[in-house]
Ligand binder design. Sequence first.
Ligand code: PMP
Ligand code: GLN
Length: 398
Amino acid sequence: MTTQASTPAADRRRPLLNRSLEGMGTTIFAEMSALATTTGAINLGQGFPDTDGPEAVREAAVRALREGRGNQYPPGPGVPELRAAVAEHQLRFYGLDFDPDTEVLVTAGATEAIAASMLALLEPGDEVIAFEPFYDSYAACIAMAGAKRVPFTLRAPSFRPDLDELRALITPSTRLLLLNSPHNPTGMVLDDEELRAIAALAVEHDLLVVTDEVYEHLVFEGAHRPIAALPGMRERTVSISSAGKTFSFTGWKVGWVTAAAPLVAAVRTAKQYLTYVSAGPFQYAVAEALRLPDAYYEDFRASLRRRRDLLDAGLRAAGFEVYEPQGTYFITTDIAPFGAKDAYAFCRSLPERCGVVAVPNSVFYDDPEAGRSQVRFTFCKKEEVLREAAARLQRLRG
Ligand code: PMP
Ligand code: GLN
């Protein structure tokens, strides 16, 4: 037989992992949660509540399971009950009118909504402008779509976007703005003026906007304003949210997209080939959750605001520089007051030093220097857990 030299056998020696995912081995959330498990430390790293959401919603899932609703493949776009509830929610809170049949799509968490949006709307060579620090799956999904991420850096202490900088980042290759407000990890919430300026740029340059609003019900001052509600935005915006954060069921992985019909059709096409469908019985339960009275949403926010204040005070007392978040359930801090520079090394040693786990923001930056000394803590934990964590962190004062 002939030589193998120039046959595909040579290619088999290349790295197994697709080059676009190089360096993205294990998410920082998984790594830090594993560290919490092995050390027994309090996990203020990965953002998941230590108390499940409302009992009535959990019971609704059990009922759906028992009654055989959703135990077989639900419809591709999501069960009609949930699509209707998502449309009602958008109208009730934001005055946005979406057709549940053509303008709502149920996904496997916000994560799949992000992935499907990137895969559907991008082509190789397209540029995507995204806030930096960025939620980790953005980088991976943009890379999997073969597009290029262009970081738009939010800087401490306020993390407010510099809109002149945004204007300067737009090129003829820019296809899409990927927004996230309330912003993970900084807690920055875009104000009306910033939203208007971003919307004006999107219209002027005819850009698509994908906006991740999973923390929409965790804004501590004022109210969340979806960019889709601004003039000229409805037809170019894909809005993403999820039941994980608002209803404290992060394991159910029920998310959704609302957008104009052509955008939903595009995202649905990609979504069909990712999971096709997921979480059948949970979809019925989330439909009930979305219809909870205003008191639920108000209590949820008030409870997290209290816990924000508790952890904020604890972190300050321990000596951190604290950037108070306006939204989300995360607090970004700086470790410079401890004479430390490397957030990753700091987080690796934190369980041993004081029995607490946090997440280094440095991994959410392209430029590792930019967020090198920033560390994120979550406060979606019971008050007594936060108090105990705050007490342990005092040990850092040495
Ligand atoms: N976007 C942001 C900004 C997040 O913090 C998270 C984490 N929940 C997600 C998306 C993913 O949401 P889900 O768990 O619904 O996939
Ligand atoms: N969104 C969660 C966080 O920021 C993590 C979710 C995940 O582990 N992918 O902590």
